[in-house]
Write a protein that binds this ligand. Structure first.
Ligand SMILES: Cc1cc2nc3c(=O)[nH]c(=O)nc-3n(C[C@H](O)[C@H](O)[C@H](O)COP(=O)(O)OP(=O)(O)OC[C@H]3O[C@@H](n4cnc5c(N)ncnc54)[C@H](O)[C@@H]3O)c2cc1C
Length: 336
């Protein structure tokens, strides 16, 4: 007998997170990975959506790979509240009888998965960066522990097996509007905790600049920029390319740029088409956040810097010479 009370857990359940009725890219990244796991296990892939008027999210979930989507559509879910969402999520787990449960490791969903895991006695691996199946079809998940000092592999023995996944750990799958699937309403018992939570409002943390998380091009600066003002040539190159500005932890810790720009183990995981690292040595913790970039260009004075081991294009030189030269060349080429 499993924690869901069913004998044969035969599905993969994915928590589809959204913002005001628009699915978040991380949801589709997780769904895309779940699709490949479901195909290997030959089980049904079920999405779970909670909110008010979220039918468009359910339709997108089918287009991104779900076979079936359970939709908890209720006024209590109009704004994110952990108690109400947990009640709905637990109902989805009971309905889906999943072997594996995956969810985005993002604010809000982290709370819901932890609450559901505790209340249902399900094993949870949080903040995972990679997911695989072992020979017995059990989930194997890599996740950082001890503040990112150690990367550990978690395996599960019993079902369901639950994991939350860091953004950009997996590629965004292609959307296929022609895919067929079933959307079903999901009933759930209201939770008294829901009435104890009141949402007073939301404030956006966005600064107006391109955010690193979803950028297709990132220009990053490290300790080699030597100060806050040293980010000027990085920003100019980024602006010319329509890119986001990233940073190493060394630059963030020095107070040269806010934490929101930090890439790496304890910062953001990114997966851009192009990542230009300027004055960044390539420490393992930085690589953990950006080595999945499609093309990596490194600019460093030190020809032996480890960043050159992962870069497809390496420029040995002074970033204060090379970055402005690249900016001028791109401006000329792009007519900006
Ligand atoms: C638990 C833990 C978590 C961590 N998490 C992260 C994380 O999320 N992200 C992260 O980035 N780090 C993280 N770190 C820190 C990481 O170990 C490194 O210390 C950090 O990445 C180094 O940053 P850096 O490459 O900018 O600096 P350095 O390693 O000092 O490298 C600076 C580079 O700049 C080059 N340089 C200097 N001047 C120039 C110039 N004028 N032109 C060109 N090149 C120049 C140098 O040759 C050197 O290679 C973490 C560490 C720990 C212990």
């Amino acid at each position: 007998m499993t924690a869901t009370g069913k004998d044969t857990p035969m599905s993969i359940l994915v928590y589809i997170d959204h913002a005001a009725g628009v699915g978040k890219p991380i949801s589709w990244e997780v769904l895309g990975k779940a699709r490949s796991l479901a195909d290997r296990l030959a089980v049904e892939l079920i999405g779970f959506v909670a909110g008010k008027q979220v039918s468009a999210v359910a339709t997108d979930a089918i287009a991104y790979g779900a076979d079936r989507v359970l939709v908890a559509d209720d006024a209590a879910l109009a704004q994110f509240r952990a108690g109400a969402c947990t009640a709905a999520f637990k109902a989805a787990i009971a309905a889906a009888a999943p072997r594996i449960i995956l969810a985005p490791a993002v604010a809000g969903v982290r709370d819901v998965t932890a609450l559901a895991a505790c209340e249902l006695g399900i094993g949870l691996a949080a903040d995972c960066q990679s997911l695989e199946l072992d020979d017995d079809g059990n989930l194997r998940a890599d996740r950082p522990i001890f503040a990112g000092n150690i990367l550990t592999t978690v395996t599960f023995k019993a079902a369901p097996q639950m994991a939350t996944v860091r953004p950009r750990s997996f590629a965004l799958p292609a959307r296929d509007g022609a895919r067929a699937g079933v959307v079903e309403p999901l009933a759930f018992a209201s939770d008294t905790r829901a009435e104890q939570e009141e949402v007073l409002g939301f404030e956006s943390a966005q600064t107006g600049a391109v955010s690193v998380e979803n950028a297709s091009i990132i220009v990053s600066g490290g300790r080699g920029v030597k100060g806050a003002e040293g980010f000027a040539p990085i920003r100019e190159l980024a602006q010319t390319l329509g890119a986001a500005v990233g940073a190493s932890r060394a630059a963030v810790d020095a107070g040269w740029i806010p934490y929101a720009h930090q890439v790496g183990q304890t910062g953001k995981t990114v997966r851009p088409d192009l990542y230009i690292a300027c004055g960044i040595s390539g420490a393992i913790q930085h690589l953990a956040g950006m080595s999945n970039a499609r093309v990596i260009v490194a600019i460093n004075k030190d020809k032996d810097a480890p960043i050159f081991n992962v870069a497809q294009y390496g420029i040995v030189g002074d970033l204060f010479v090379v970055a402005p030269a690249l900016t001028a060349a791109f401006k000329a080429r792009l007519g900006r």
